[in-house]
Design a protein around this ligand. Structure first.
Ligand SMILES: [Zn+2]
Length: 212
């Protein structure tokens, strides 16, 4: 019986303090600066609503890097928990979850896409399908040889929606998941093909927002 209880003990993924449940102890949790404000105005498009769970301080950065660079999936679980709380707090209403894709090079290096990982935990919790159907157009990598005008045009078609899924998601509310939002360019560029090709409304949820 005791060993069963001990086996079920978790540890805080930052300080390793043992916990009865969850992934972060209270003192470590308190070092994160949670954000409850929506960033509606952020991208200037009424079809895109942006939320971030917390500000990108050193503790948020640490948790995100543990997941991305060290494959510390308990840190990822802790982050996903914050995202689930935000979805509930903000009454985010969505049909499908779409993770922001990463480049093939990053995927090879990291072995997984952190946004897919977070999306799957959220999808399981809310019983919603995760559709990993956005992809990066190859031309984005060849921007250096383009003029400024060409580069802007190129950027607006940086991502595409897999053709096979366009009908399925047409007119639906999409929850777009990413780890960090900085300028919002990635989110905007991911949202554009969804809005233009599939008539979607986009809820964006990121773990953290950075002002850098
Ligand atoms: Zn701790």
């Amino acid at each position: 019986m005791l060993s069963l209880i001990y086996d079920e003990c978790n540890h805080c993924c930052i300080c390793k303090e043992s916990l009865e449940n969850g992934y972060l102890c209270d003192p470590c949790s308190k070092k994160l600066t949670l954000n409850k404000e929506p960033s509606y105005e952020f991208l200037g498009n009424h079809r895109i609503r942006v939320y971030s769970c917390m500000y990108y301080n050193n503790y948020a950065k640490d948790l995100i890097l543990r997941l991305k660079s060290k494959k510390d999936f308990s840190a990822g679980e802790a982050l996903a928990k914050f995202m689930i709380n935000s979805i509930n707090d903000q009454s985010i209403d969505f049909h499908y979850i779409i993770p922001v894709p990463i480049s093939k090079e990053k995927f090879k290096k990291r072995g997984f896409n952190q946004s897919v990982f977070l999306s799957r935990i959220i999808g399981e919790y809310f019983n919603k399908e995760v559709l990993d159907i956005l992809y990066i157009n190859r031309s984005v990598n060849e921007q250096k040889i383009l003029t400024r005008e060409e580069r802007l045009a190129n950027l607006s078609s940086a991502f595409s929606v897999n053709n096979l899924y366009r009908k399925k998601i047409k007119g639906k509310n999409i929850l777009l998941i990413d780890d960090v939002i900085t300028t919002g360019a990635t989110i905007y560029n991911c949202s554009m093909p969804l809005i233009e090709d599939c008539d979607n409304y986009i809820w964006v949820l990121t773990v953290a927002k950075s002002s850098i």
